[in-house]
Design a protein around this ligand. Structure first.
Ligand SMILES: Nc1nc2c(ncn2[C@@H]2O[C@H](COP(=O)(O)OP(=O)(O)OP(=O)(O)O)[C@@H](O)[C@H]2O)c(=O)[nH]1
Ligand SMILES: [Mg+2]
Ligand SMILES: [Zn+2]
Length: 357
């Protein structure tokens, strides 16, 4: 039997309690998804940890992103002391989504009820400002506070160059330089994680996300590249952890490294804000200026005069195009689904009419 869990440490609060009251299943127990497997979920509940499957109702009529993700709060029916059936998911808040890889119109939920997101990049060869902007745009849509964690400072880097590249965003995002070999740099990061808060770690493979989580928790909880190499074993799911508790503080969520983080937030206002170009935009001659070739475009002028970095300008158009494409694909899919269900209805009506005669 598992030990009891105090769910308030995991972020349970009055507003989640209120959300639960709106569920038809409010009389059942609740818990938080700590690990997602293909067909089951590890849930942290008041009376211990459980492996839960989805009820028939939960399986039906859901899109890919609507299945439980790490961090979700769910309601379940207990079976035995360590199993259960998930009956409902509480409405998600502060969810980190990305475009599902290989898809044009489908989202993937990475983690939910996330207060802060650590954008982790290593200073050896992974540092990339355009990718930071991309993450910030996506987090902006869900009101998740982004933090930049630049790792492996012990390997040497050009600080002036890095700070110069971050100039346009440095007032919008706290920046941390860390090394696992410099404990004060880890302490500074730790101080930013408050009790009851949930933090997701995101970034490419090998930048040191799992290593950071291990040193923050002062435990070898997460499998890191060195550990798996030294044991010579591949990753086995039985020991895989996604969500862990940091002693006396918050909840940390690890994510596997991803090659491409596709964005789904098509809000151009957030994009302009992230890229710090909104003050120029306000001076464009046309209110609906696209900043491509319009007369009196203050953004293009700022690029020409060096007030906006050429790379920032190019990323503006790249991200706009990408999110436009996503939104258009979603709308197209909805239209097709609508006409399909209309057709089904027609066929049904016809057979009912026939039956009547
Ligand atoms: N020199 C140095 N190496 C580090 C530091 N942090 C992590 N590493 C090494 O970087 C490698 C990758 O670290 P991981 O923590 O496994 O990276 P990850 O981001 O979790 O990678 P994925 O799980 O594949 O997404 C390991 O060999 C770590 O020992 C650091 O601060 N300095
Ligand atoms: Mg890892
Ligand atoms: Zn313009």
């Amino acid at each position: 039997m598992d030990t009891m869990n105090n769910l308030s440490i995991y972020g349970w609060n009055e507003s989640l309690f209120q959300l639960k009251q709106a569920s038809a299943y409010k009389e059942f127990m609740h818990g938080r998804v700590a690990v997602t497997h293909k067909t089951c979920y590890e849930i942290i509940a008041e009376d211990g940890n459980r492996i839960c499957e989805l009820s028939g109702n939960m399986l039906y009529g859901r899109t890919y992103s609507e299945y439980p993700c790490t961090g979700d709060w769910v309601i379940f029916q207990a079976i035995d002391s360590d199993k259960g059936i998930i009956l409902d998911i509480l409405p998600r808040q502060k969810t980190l989504y990305r475009l599902k890889s290989g898809s044009v119109s489908e989202k993937q939920a990475i983690a939910s009820f996330v207060d802060k997101a650590f954008i982790v990049q290593s200073l050896d060869d992974n540092f990339n400002v355009r990718r930071i902007e991309r993450f910030m745009l996506q987090m902006g849509s869900e009101n998740i506070q982004p933090l930049l964690v630049l790792t492996k400072t012990d390997l040497g880097f050009n600080k002036d160059e890095v700070e110069n590249a971050l100039r346009h965003i440095s007032h919008k995002i706290p920046i941390f330089f860390t090394s696992v070999h410099a404990s004060d740099s880890i302490d500074q990061l730790k101080a930013f994680i408050l009790p009851g808060e949930t933090v997701v770690f995101t970034g490419s493979s090998g930048v040191g996300k799992s290593t950071l989580i291990n040193v923050l928790c002062q435990q070898e909880i997460m499998q890191t590249a060195t550990i798996s190499r030294s044991t010579g074993k591949g990753k086995h799911t039985s020991t895989r952890r996604e969500m862990v508790l940091m002693e006396g503080a918050g909840v940390l969520i690890d994510t596997p490294g991803i090659k491409v983080f596709g964005v789904t937030n098509d809000d151009t206002g957030t994009l302009s804000e992230v890229l710090n170009i909104e003050s120029f935009e306000g001076q464009c001659h046309f209110k609906d200026c696209r900043h491509i070739n319009e007369k009196g475009c203050a953004v293009i002028k700022a690029v020409e005069e060096g007030d906006i970095d050429q790379g920032v300008y190019e990323n503006y158009h790249k991200l706009r195009k990408e999110t436009w494409h996503y939104t258009a694909s979603v709308q197209e899919k909805r239209k097709q689904e609508k006409s399909f269900s209309k057709m089904i209805k027609k066929v049904k009506d016809r057979s009912i009419n026939k039956g009547g005669h």
